[in-house]
Design a protein around this ligand. Sequence first.
Ligand code: DP6
Length: 327
Amino acid sequence: MRATAVANANLALVKYWGKRDEKLILPQHGSISLTLQGLETRTSVTFDRTLAHDDVLVNGKPVPPAGRVLGLLDLVRGMAGSDCRARVESENSFPTAVGLASSAAAFAALALAASRAAGLFLDQPGLSRLARQGSGSACRSIYGGFAEWLPGHRPDGSDSFAEPVAPEEHWDLPVLIALVRSGAKEVSSAQGMARSVATSPFYPAWREQAAKDLNLVRQAIARRDLALLGRVAEENAMRMHAVAMAAEPPTLYWSPGTVAVLEKVRSLRRQGLEVYPSMDAGPHVHLLTSRESVAALRVELLALPEVSEVRLSGPGPGVRLLDVETP
Ligand code: DP6
């Protein structure tokens, strides 16, 4: 059977940074994100008895299947009681070469496509738990709009999945993505967060702060309060990067362009523009802003020599099925 699903990337407003279980991908604390419109991964999975091993094609090119992809396929085979191998074909609507690749979109799409191709009908918490075991942030991309990952406390991870906070229609919140010129990423988020948990002296403070930030971000979303959401999301992002910078070895995800955008944001705010930056484990900057500020902000960002491209996004949809073919 073959199934095709599409999922979107997400921007963490309160970030997931640290695991308590590396194998099951269980987090140290909760997180909240916004699923992003336009940044999509489309994935088809075909279970085929004639295949000797799992095959993976990304943007039309065969790639050696990553351990986490094989792991997720094995979980699906286990649930479906099958030993059939799979062909996985995945395409991104966004440029992977510039470092915008999203494991969240990839694993959310893979979880839905693989489970349906195996004849399984998982509910949303079940899909979220499955996607989580591919990449933690993927558990939130199951839902459109705002979603919260409940960390859970059971050792088997059965209570660790995301749930919806507010749908995409709730808030017309523009997000500009400034792509800054940079080299290849050296430290994955998985590595960076493992180092932070193990060695950053700021880690305990980070975990405590996350609980406070979650409360404030929930309130800000309910009230559509950009000033509150922006302030907390910006502080949360800066603190996550500070935790990583204080780890051994020190881990810096920024490039000069990241700092150039942060400085520009400060000067634009002095001129009255409402804009708040957030960076995930990479150099690019997501900017939360108001509809009135989008045009001026885009012009100012594109004027920076370190910025190669600016994309407009906002609240986007959750994972969805495009097609199922039965033999
Ligand atoms: C900074 O979900 O990529 O984007 O679970 O190891 O796959 P793994 O990590 P990943 O980490 C995302 C880190 C982040 C913050 C976030 O999305 O919450």
